[in-house]
Write a protein that binds this ligand. Structure first.
Ligand code: S3P
Length: 188
């Protein structure tokens, strides 16, 4: 891990790492862990929106609608595209918008975390904080929405890391290894 740590510390000096993927893919947990390991800032775009608006995500969707939430998301990414040194946990719908993908790529790489609809359901079933899943916490809905979003997720991603049946540490190690490989290929 020491060699990986040096490489990542250096990479993160002037880059961000953005984690994307479906709700419940593990973005927040993995982003928190990566930021702790490498001593950089952890940013959750949803949390920044909640703080700015002084409302929960559910309240923002109910009061102003999804387009308003999506605009707030883009504004946050505009700010973040001016800095490096952050591990960013994006909302599950962030990379559906090309403009957001461009902003995330401007000074960083995009890591897609994946999981099967069954795993996702298991991880989200006790949470009521996701308006998109309200009344739809079932494998069919999750699988269908995931399919609808798949192309955008995959096109946006610099690297793809499956998370099913892996520990958080294993996912973190896979991310760092994949990023180092990407760098060796000269693409980062
Ligand atoms: C959303 C995912 C949520 C949040 C909002 C919309 C989506 O974030 O941004 O509820 O469209 O997939 P998480 O993926 O962190 O749950």
């Amino acid at each position: 891990m020491e060699k990986r740590k040096d490489w990542m510390t250096n990479y993160l000096k002037d880059h961000n790492i953005a984690l994307t993927g479906f709700m419940g893919a593990g973005k927040s947990t993995v982003a928190k862990t990566l930021s702790k390991i490498f001593g950089v800032k952890y940013i959750e775009t949803d949390e920044m929106i909640v703080q700015k608006e002084g409302m929960t995500i559910n309240e923002i969707f109910a009061k102003f609608g999804e387009p308003h939430f999506r605009n707030s998301e883009t504004k946050i990414l505009e700010e973040l595209s001016e800095t490096g040194g952050c591990v960013i946990s994006c909302g599950g719908g962030t990379v559906m918008k090309d403009e957001n993908v461009e902003l995330l790529r401007k000074n960083g790489c995009i890591v897609l975390l994946t999981a099967t609809p069954e795993t996702i359901l298991e991880r989200v079933k006790d949470s009521d904080e996701r308006p998109i899943l309200k009344g739809h916490k079932d494998v069919d809905f999750i699988g269908a929405l995931m399919e609808k979003r798949r192309e955008s997720y995959e096109n946006a991603a610099d690297i793809i890391v499956p998370t099913d049946e892996k520990t958080i540490d294993e996912v973190c190690t896979d991310i760092v290894d994949a990023l180092m490989d990407l760098e060796a290929g000269g693409d980062v």
